[in-house]
Design a protein. Structure first.
Length: 135
C-alpha cells in the first residue's frame, strides 16, 4: 500500500494531540477553580513540548490491566503530562488572572475541536474509500 494512503501516523498524532488538549483543559479549569485560593500559582502545559515527547514514544497500542496483580507496561508514554507553574502576574493575593485563563481555555477548546474535526474527516475519507472499493 502506498505511503500516501497510510493513515496510521495521522491517527497516532491526532490521538496524542487530543489527549494533551484534554489534559490542558483540566489544568486550566483547575486554575480557574483556584481563583480565590491565596498564594495559588497557576499551571499550564506546554503543548509543543508535550507533543514532542508524545511523538517520541513508541507507536503501539496500550495494554489494559484487567487485574490489579498484573504488571504495568514498561515503555508506555506517560499518560499525564506534567504541567509547569507560571510565575507571572502576582496581584498581591495570587497569580491567577481570570481573563488570561479564559483566553487560554478558549484557545485550547478551538485547537481540540480542530483536532477532532481532522480525525472525523480522516475517518470519513476511509469510509468513502471502502464504499467505492466495494462497488
Amino acid at each position: 500500500m502506498p505511503e500516501q494512503f497510510s493513515f496510521k501516523n495521522t491517527f497516532f498524532t491526532l490521538e496524542k494531540a487530543i489527549n494533551i488538549f484534554q489534559q490542558r483543559h483540566n489544568t486550566i479549569a483547575s486554575n480557574i477553580s483556584n481563583l480565590e485560593t491565596p498564594s495559588y500559582t497557576p499551571k499550564d502545559i506546554d503543548f509543543k513540548a508535550a507533543m514532542a515527547q508524545a511523538l517520541k514514544s513508541e507507536k503501539t497500542i496500550g495494554l489494559v490491566n484487567t487485574n490489579p496483580g498484573h504488571m504495568a507496561e514498561a515503555n508506555s508514554f506517560c499518560r499525564e503530562t506534567v504541567p509547569y507553574e507560571e510565575s507571572e502576574g502576582w496581584n498581591g493575593f495570587n497569580s491567577v488572572s481570570i481573563d488570561k485563563e479564559m483566553t487560554k481555555l478558549i484557545e485550547n477548546n478551538l485547537m481540540h475541536r480542530a483536532s477532532i474535526e481532522a480525525l472525523l474527516r480522516k475517518i470519513t475519507l476511509i469510509k468513502d474509500i471502502l464504499k467505492e472499493g466495494g462497488q
